[in-house]
Design a protein around this ligand. Structure first.
Ligand code: SF4
Ligand code: SF4
Length: 630
């Protein structure tokens, strides 16, 4: 089945729904046993820029008995037509309705896409609540960063994959083959997958709350389930995807992408990615060099992004850039390096890129004062920030974009004023170089995230944020810089959903019933809907977002073991209060974050650290640490 032309003629960007792109894979539907719809709960342009989707698409389609097809959230114009005509949501490849697939797998990377998950299921004419789906319906699964607190979405998802999907896939596919082969029930499948490490089946766990409304516990109801779900970690990055689907319309990241490393060891205390993607796994240089060539050949791209959480930290990044420039000099190759550290080596690095345009440089100091940068463990001395700006202006950049966060733990008005002062100093440096510098300041609201050292802290209240925002606005106006600040109500909702429990399912469901979808889109975000949904379900947003949680309060995501222990997070929380830094464990000693329990490299590193801190009597002071990462 395909969407009739008279539907496609009436919507913006019909190519969002037509499929048929270069490198897309269409398998024989009737001859393939297991059918999986890879679903992204946002627009095509956003989903096609996601890094995980092509990996799963390629891995699944490499199995002869599996087909994987894509589906994205239809924009409102398409939704209206589908609903009016009763046409079910279908996949891009074979155009089969989603309800004909065995499995629908959602990628959950942002809490504000949750209502889109419900909407996509409903548009597919599949019951939204897991409890209302029976053996005739597809199994609905989810993975991605949000799965690390799965509870708010537990009512809608049959099971969650926790951690690297590549690692779980072989065992999961074996279960699915068995299930299909025996025509077993959904109930049997769920009990079977619950035995796989890294899979969480929420319906097989019971949640209890205390009399005062606080969360109490989550316990398995069947012997197959473990009380703690371990995050799966792929020890070595699988080969990069070098034949990804090439969109026919412009998408957010319109270029090739090679993941050069996974994980980050910097240890910024607000950053969830820095915890949940540990340990760092690097891709060998030669593999990257070859992959870039293949992506040029297979996709026709002449721009490739070297993707990493912190690109500077990739060992030998300068050499890699030089080697890529030499090897592909005939291809007019443009390289892009996202996520650069605020230091002058980043400026040198970007300046050394082939065919770079000096449009703008982006850095994220996150906080205006040195004190606060130390508290969040993203310490960069002010001198270094100013040297970075000086180097950028000297190399010919006119525009600098700086990212900060408002409402960080322990932040005072003085810290906010220091943002203004820092921006002012940077602007003056540009003028001293005879330029008319443009300094753009982007400020987001701090959202405390699960599995981070700040998972217990309260998000700042609206009046507090408003006062700080006003101060920034006035101060930055004097410096002539431009300020952008997204709606803090969006961040409030993000904070609620990030650290929520299973009761929030009712709020999400009600907000969706009231018409909320595309909550991450300004023009669609409807705060009134959410307030009404909270009110009708008897829950309070402030209870989840703006309440400081005692360190011994049971947390709704504590049954998800990401590898980093609560003891380490508490220690980091305390160090933040004391204004103490924790060094990056990549080139310094192991901080014993908990991963050393699982990871052989970390075990080795911890052993070396202990030897270094506990020198033998005969050999006092002469021990040196050999990092296994070097
Ligand atoms: S450098 Fe800090 S903010 Fe960036 S990914 Fe690493 S831990 Fe997160
Ligand atoms: S166990 Fe040690 S080396 Fe491994 S990620 Fe944690 S702190 Fe770093």
């Amino acid at each position: 089945m395909t969407y009739p032309d008279n539907i496609l003629y009436q919507v913006t960007k019909p190519a969002r729904y037509t499929g048929g792109e270069w490198n897309s894979i269409v398998k024989d539907w009737d001859k393939t046993d297991i059918k999986i719809a890879l679903s992204y709960p946002d627009l095509y342009e956003i989903g096609m820029s996601n890094m995980a989707l092509p990996i799963l698409y390629e891995l699944l389609n490499s199995q002869s008995d599996v087909l994987a097809e894509r589906v994205f959230a239809p924009w409102v114009d398409m939704e209206t037509i589908l609903r009016t005509r009763g046409v079910p949501l279908a996949s891009l490849e074979s155009k089969h309705p989603l309800k004909d697939f065995d499995v629908i797998g959602f990628s959950l990377g942002y809490e504000l896409t949750y209502t889109n998950v419900l909407n996509m299921l409903d548009l597919a004419q599949i019951p939204v609540l897991a409890a209302e789906r029976d053996d005739s319906h597809p199994i609905v699964i989810a993975g991605g960063t949000c799965a690390l607190n799965p509870e708010p979405m537990a009512d809608f998802i049959d099971f969650f994959v926790i951690g690297d999907g590549e690692e779980v896939l072989p065992e999961l596919l074996a279960c699915l083959r068995d299930w299909k082969g025996k025509a077993a029930s959904k109930k049997q499948l769920l009990r079977q997958v619950a035995t796989i490490s890294g899979i969480y089946v929420p319906s097989l766990y019971q949640v209890e709350y205390q009399a005062d409304g606080l969360f109490k516990s989550i316990t398995p109801t069947v012997p197959q389930c473990k009380s703690s779900i371990k995050r799966r970690i792929v020890p070595q990055l699988p080969p990069p995807v070098t034949s990804p689907v090439v969109p026919y319309i412009e998408v957010v990241h319109d270029r090739g992408a090679i993941e050069i490393q996974r994980g980050c060891s910097c240890g910024c205390r607000f950053c969830q990615a820095g915890i949940i993607y540990r340990p760092v796994r690097e891709r060998p240089q030669e593999e990257i060099l070859q992959a870039v060539g293949e992506i040029i050949t297979n996709c026709g791209y002449n721009e490739v992004s070297l993707v990493s959480l912190c690109t500077n930290d990739y060992p030998g990044i300068d050499k890699l850039v030089v080697n890529l420039s030499h090897r592909y000099q005939d291809h007019n190759l443009t390289l892009s390096l996202p996520s650069l550290r605020t230091d002058s080596s980043s400026v040198r690095l970007v300046d050394s890129l082939p065919s770079h345009r000096k449009i703008g440089l982006t850095f994220a100091p996150e906080a205006g004062s040195q004190r606060l940068r130390r508290t969040i463990n993203k310490y960069v001395p002010e001198d270094e920030i100013l040297q970075t700006a000086t180097a950028a202006f000297a190399k010919g950049w006119n525009t600098l974009k700086l990212y900060f966060m408002l409402g960080l733990p322990t932040e005072t008005i003085d810290d906010v004023q220091e943002i203004v002062q820092l921006v002012d100093k940077i602007g003056s440096l540009g003028k001293a170089k005879g330029k008319r510098p443009r300094v753009r300041v982007s400020v987001s609201t701090f959202v405390p995230k699960p599995h981070t050292p700040f998972q217990w802290v309260a998000q700042a209240s609206q009046p507090e944020l408003d006062a700080k925002h006003e101060l920034l606005k006035l101060g930055l106006r004097r410096t002539g810089s431009r300020l952008s600040w997204p709606d803090p109500k969006v961040s409030l909702l993000e904070a609620v959903l990030s650290r929520g429990d299973r009761r929030l399912g009712k709020v999400i469901y009600r907000a969706w019933q009231l018409g909320s979808t595309f909550d991450a889109w300004d023009e669609h975000f409807n705060y009134e809907n959410w307030l009404r949904a909270f009110d009708e379900t008897g829950l309070e947003p402030g209870f989840y977002a703006q309440r400081e949680r005692p360190l011994d309060e049971p947390l709704p995501w504590a049954h998800i073991d990401v590898g980093v222990t609560t003891a380490f997070l508490k220690q980091e929380y305390q160090r933040a209060q004391d204004g103490r830094e924790t060094p990056d464990c990549r080139n310094k000693a192991c901080n014993a974050c908990g991963l050393e329990r699982w990871q052989p490299e970390c075990q080795q590193k911890k052993k070396l650290s202990q030897q270094a801190t506990l020198p033998s009597k005969e050999n006092l002071g002469t021990l040196t640490i050999q990092s296994p990462f070097n």
